[in-house]
Design a protein around this ligand. Structure first.
Ligand SMILES: [Zn+2]
Length: 1014
């Protein structure tokens, strides 16, 4: 999945929680016959928490015992409270069964007791409700390590499974799903037939289902009762006889449900066409946990099966699914039924179907029919994607040496889509912005579309063909797809100059991972909220960064051989990180243990700070955890196996100059000739670490750059700038030192270092601006203009050929106009007036559109004109830039209106709300209102965007990241603290708090000196 629809970074972070992973070690009820009445002597009740706390202390977790207790408790508190508030009195009860669980045949005693069970169950409900608060502490509820607690359904019956993860005694082999959709009533009826195979004898089948009404269930053609435990979205059927190992059985469920009104499951979407008619459509978004909302299924990535899908629809629509259509039948009632070919073996989260009135264009490429679908009004915008996708498909076919296995590949632009895109096998869904390109779109717009297509296509191998076993290793999907998207574009579309973007992504990943609230790339996850939160910068961006480091260390050829080996070996299956390392070690001929090396990057959070000191010929190295708020936590003694690279003044630019030193211990040293003047580590910033050169080392490097900027590559220069600011945040280098060292920038002309410096200075400027410290704001503005003013004024406003020049220009002019540089705002206004005079037919270069429109949006009259443009625009990239301009207004009433409009979803589609909020927050007038808006509308926001989702992560970060006062910190803490189960456990909340603390600290240590110096 591509988590967002644009370049605006989405802040994503969360809490660490470790509970249980993989197979539960509790009694397998399948073997224990839960359908038998339970002897009353064996029945006790207990909140789920205690049991799970026990589970939280698996053998592997002993070292972190304390933390696990706490985190599990927080988490369970959350789930428990969830149930209490929603289903209290109905479902909030659990029954423990002794593990011996000897369930003899019904006797007189048990028959009588069967009745008593009901009474007990009722009591359970009462008692759990009034149970003295069982604190989630070590002493609290822990009772027996070896017992299992079963939940009770809303009908008061015992639910025969006690874990969030499904049992593995049966697995699905084949699904046949028949859907009848009604786009008028926005409901659907479904029938799913699942053939399951028994792996271990059992008397129970447990699967997922959410939000549907089950009408009838048969097992082997006999009607059976379905038990449902809603809080865990599980249903179960008890079978009277043991299911035999190795046998297959057939389960059929008929059900009905409403189309989802959020953006997951089988949801309805609508748009207004150019004749002002409202059009409806239905589409799916299942990753990570929403296939269960469309059909009952074993909704975990390791339960792969084949899917045969049939959809009944009305004549005016088409339907699409993962596989090619096998046939269409006209039914007596005038409806049509489309039947699709049976799918390849795949995970439930990759299943997809769409019913809509889209139009398409197709072409044949590498034995695959590639089609691009869009709403009919936008059919002219599909051609870029249609040219691009086949080239990437061909590249991946040959790079992975495994051909894309399906005969067709559809790329579909969906109006009203929350994620950036989703890699459903054979039916990739996109936001319109990430798929459609107009005739006049800029290269930067094309770069975005190409990136997202490249990302989703890479998933057809990494994710679809070989899938992570469980969400804890999501990075195997997302880190790889992110890495491959940049790598493939470098090879196939070098003119798009994607390198700068990949470098920015790595810088962003370092920033996220420097917080204590970060988490290991491969983290233990269990609850739905934790699964949602895995879709963050660590899985995507750090994942991609460490793959780049791996590639750079062992060469691309070896890396490629390794992943080919991995894909061939695990094709069609599920894997974890170790499987990847073992495939790579087979091809790496060096003596390095790749698994051991990479585990230091995937199993511990954060990254190292390498401190370099030099005395004559000797270079001393020291590594420690780069943790921004180390004051609050005990410093970890973590060590990383760093493939440390470096160049020196005698040879610094070409790859052949690069030397590699495997740095695994706390300290190390090596020798260099006396004649070496300086060393630059982390060649081209391909490694995931920060380097501190010490005062002398920094000076030597900066002096060299002042003499000749070209002694280092542009990536190396950008990396020095990035590391300096990072060290300033860490408190190792003062901001004055940073600004002094950066005087070399006056000679800089390259995009990567300049945009990095601008980004960092803008960040400081915005922080100061939000404190209303007018003196410092104005001094900072002068400082930025001193360094960049000439460059800003020399930018052209006409067509610019190269992508990197376009990137530089838009960064410079955006800063210039935001800081009200007269030259910039005048030019922008003039261009806007010409554009209006031409009735919007004149071309403004795509990358300047946002700057020009944002300047215009500051007057009421032009704002209104722009709003009309926005409403009528069918060119999505232009529409989005117009929206950003509208949201940049400084008029308080308009700000309040636009926030509300984004939430209502009529004038502005709700998936754009995170973008609206982040834009509003960039400006002084809006950021306090946005925070109030989020507080007031929290419940509505969590109805639209699930707790933990990247949309919510983004909203939290944009509204809080610029606070730098203690009062604001207290307010944020108190607001999120009061939410309890409605979001206070989110990792992004911890991240927000940590960021404000860091801002406060930064202000305390730098404000006074900054005031003197600037
Ligand atoms: Zn993805």
């Amino acid at each position: 999945m591509e988590p967002h629809g644009g370049r605006d970074p989405l802040p994503r972070n969360m809490i660490e929680n470790s509970m249980f992973e993989e197979e539960p070690d509790v009694m397998d009820l399948a073997k224990e016959s839960p359908s038998c009445p339970i002897d009353s002597d064996d029945v006790v009740y207990e909140p789920r928490s205690s049991r799970l706390l026990v589970r939280g202390l698996g053998e592997n977790d002993q070292d972190d015992e304390e933390e696990d207790y706490e985190s599990s408790a927080r988490l369970l508190g959350m789930s428990f409270m969830n149930r209490s508030s929603n289903q209290r009195g109905a479902t909030s009860s659990f029954v423990r069964q002794q593990p011996s669980g000897l369930c003899s045949m019904p006797s007189a005693k048990t028959t009588v007791l069967g009745v008593l069970v009901l009474v007990v169950v009722a009591s359970v409900v009462m008692v759990i409700y009034f149970l003295p608060s069982c604190t989630f502490s070590k002493e609290g509820c822990q009772k027996s390590n070896s017992s299992t607690i079963y939940p009770v359904t809303s009908e008061g019956e015992l639910f025969p499974w006690s874990e969030l993860r499904l049992p593995t005694s049966v697995r699905p082999v084949q699904y046949e799903i028949s859907l009848h959709l009604n786009l008028t009533t926005l409901t659907f009826q479904g029938s799913v037939t699942i053939r399951v195979v028994v792996l271990n004898e059992t008397k129970v089948i447990v699967l997922h289902s959410s939000g549907m009404k089950i009408l009838k269930c048969t097992f082997q053609d006999k009607e059976v009762k379905v038990l449902e435990y809603k809080p865990w979205q599980q249903i179960a059927i008890n079978i009277s006889e043991n299911l035999k190992k190795g046998q297959t059985y057939v389960l059929n469920i008929n059900y009905m449900a409403n189309l989802s009104s959020s953006y997951d499951g089988f949801y309805n979407s609508s748009y207004i066409d150019t004749t002002w008619e409202k059009r409806v459509l239905a589409a799916t978004q299942f990753e990570p946990l929403a296939a269960r909302k469309a059909f009952p299924c074993f909704d975990e990535p390791a339960f792969k099966a084949t899917f045969l899908i049939k959809i009944k629809r009305e004549r005016e629509y088409i339907s699409l699914s993962n596989m090619p259509k096998a046939k269409t039948t006209e039914l007596p009632d005038g409806l049509f039924e489309d039947e699709f070919e049976s799918s390849v073996n795949m995970s439930t989260y990759l299943v997809a179907f769409i019913v809509a009135n889209f139009s398409s264009v197709s072409m044949n490429a590498s034995n695959t029919v590639v089609s691009v679908y869009a709403v009919p009004d936008k059919k002219d915008q599909v051609h870029y994607a249609l040219q691009t996708a086949p080239q990437l498909l061909q590249f991946y076919n040959s790079f992975f040496d495994i051909n894309y296995p399906l005969r067709k590949l559809d790329l579909v632009g969906i109006p009203d889509f929350l994620a950036g895109a989703m890699e459903n096998w054979g039916l990739i869904t996109f936001r319109e912005t990430t798929l459609l390109v107009g005739n006049h779109s800029s290269d930067i717009d094309k770069q975005l579309v190409t990136s997202v297509i490249a990302h989703e296509l890479a998933h057809q191998w990494f994710g679809n063909l070989v899938t992570m076993r469980w969400w804890n290793d999501l990075w195997l999907n997302e880190g790889f797809a992110t890495y491959m998207q940049y790598m493939s574009i470098q090879k196939v579309f070098p003119h798009l100059e994607i390198d700068n973007e990949f470098l920015r992504v790595r810088f962003r990943a370092l920033e996220k991972d420097a917080l204590n609230s970060s988490h290991p790339v491969s983290s233990v996850v269990n609850t739905p909220e934790q699964v949602e939160e895995m879709f963050d910068a660590v899985s995507y961006e750090k994942g991609a960064s460490i793959l780049l480091m791996l590639n750079a260390t062992f060469t691309e050829q070896v890396f490629r051989e390794g992943i080919k080996e991995y894909l061939k070996k695990y094709r069609g299956g599920n894997t974890d990180s170790n499987d990847l390392w073992s495939s790579l070690s087979q091809v790496i001929k060096q003596s390095v243990d790749v698994g051991q090396m990479m585990n230091t990057w995937t199993k511990q959070k954060g990254f190292p700070l390498v401190t370099v000191s030099r005395a004559g010929t000797q270079v001393k190295l020291m590594q420690e955890h780069f943790l921004l708020n180390a004051n609050n936590v005990t410093a970890s003694s973590n060590l990383w196996h760093i493939p440390l690279t470096y160049v020196n003044d005698t040879c610094s630019n070409s790859i052949s100059c690069r030397q590699v030193f495997h740095f695994k211990d706390k300290t190390a040293k090596f020798e260099v000739p006396t004649s070496v003047k300086w060393l630059k580590f982390n060649y081209r910033n391909e490694g995931f670490y920060v380097v501190d050169y010490g005062d002398k080392g920094w000076e030597a490097l900066m002096d060299a750059l002042k003499e000749n900027v070209n002694v280092l590559s542009r990536e190396d220069r950008a990396s020095l700038i990035n590391n300096l600011f990072a060290l300033s945040r860490l408190g190792k280098v003062s901001i004055i030192q940073v600004l002094n060292l950066l005087t070399y920038l006056k000679n800089e002309t390259e995009t990567a270092p300049l945009t990095e410096a601008l980004r960092q200075l803008n960040h400081i400027y915005r922080l100061l601006g939000k404190r209303s410290d007018l003196f410092l704001v104005s001094r900072m503005r002068t400082h930025i203009f001193d360094h960049f003013g000439d460059l800003m004024d020399s930018q052209s406003w006409g067509k610019e050929m190269s992508v990197s020049k376009q990137e530089l220009r838009s960064a410079l002019l955006e800063t210039a106009c935001t800081l009200n540089r007269l030259n910039c705002t005048q030019q922008a206004k003039a261009l806007f007036n010409q554009w209006m005079a031409s009735n919007r037919t004149m071309r403004i270069p795509g990358e300047l559109l946002k700057v020009v429109l944002s300047v215009a949006a500051q007057t009421e009259q032009d704002w209104n004109t722009l709003f009309n443009t926005y409403k009528f625009s069918i060119l999505d990239s232009e529409k989005r830039k117009t929206l950003q301009a509208l949201a940049s207004t400084q008029n308080i009433r308009t700000i309040m209106w636009i926030l509300q409009a984004g939430l209502d979803g009529n004038d502005i589609q709700t998936p754009e709300l995170p973008l609206v909020i982040s834009t509003v927050c960039r400006h002084f007038a809006g950021h306090l209102y946005a925070w109030d808006f989020v507080k007031e509308n929290w419940d509505k926001l969590t109805q639209k965007f699930p707790v933990g989702s990247f949309a919510l992560q983004s909203i939290i970060a944009s509204t809080t990241s610029q606070f730098s006062r203690k009062l604001q910190l207290e307010e944020v803490q108190s607001f999120f603290g009061s939410l309890k189960e409605r979001g206070s456990q989110m990792r992004s909340v911890q991240e927000a708090i940590e960021n404000i603390e860091l801002n406060i600290r930064w202000m305390e240590s730098n404000l006074a000196t900054l005031r003197k110096w600037l």
